[in-house]
Unconditional design. Sequence first.
Length: 266
Amino acid sequence: MKKRYYILIAILSYLFFTLGNVPAAKVISLVEESTKLPVKLYGVHGSIWNGGAEKAMMRGQPPVDNIQWSINPAMLLLAQLSGEIKASIKNQNIVGNINISATGKLSASDIRARFEAAIIQEFMQLPLGELDGVFNINIESLEIKEEGLPLITAKLKWKNAKLTLLDTVDLGFIDISIDPGESDQLVATISNKQGQLTLDGKTTLNSKSAYNANLRITPNASITENINESIKMLSKQKVAGRHIMKQQNDGSYLIKHKGNLRDLGL
């Protein structure tokens, strides 16, 4: 029994050692030829176990630079490439665990990143005024599907959040949770503390990029008169012939708005 065990260990060790010396560029090329990967790698170097790439491109997403990976060899026995990835997006560092199955299915877990608010605003490309603060992002799980929205469970913390339009609004510390919803939707829940405004709401997004936003904004005692008057003016404006922000009897403002991200250039 022990003899068979030692022989099996020897064979597996030989296979791991042999595969580990195969250039990563050759392996990636073979995978790209046999499957339809959602990501394209450039400047691949190193080995399967420890290698990297100069750049990764995914349709509709910003480029990922300075990629380094460390692969778990045991996962190859399950016909999967799995390991830790380190990279940067617009000089902002990101680290996480990536898995690619034999069929090309891409998933990830425990992705952690820290982004300056200005970089996040650049990604969004929305006329939101000027954002300030720092985003700490933790994507607990991510699964890319061939069709529809990816399955995401994530938490975003926006620290020292500030939004500047005519005046700067201190939003304090904002928490955003993103989870899969019913009927192939993503649901984002937002709340905050220690801000001049209290935020509380939820937004859903479906596979056709249609969103449904419901947000309550409550001015706090620390709010300035200029900001308070600006909010009142916004509540009187109409979008597509209707008010999307309405003042409530308790002094809060309720925002209800439906639309499509495509109309926003996303």
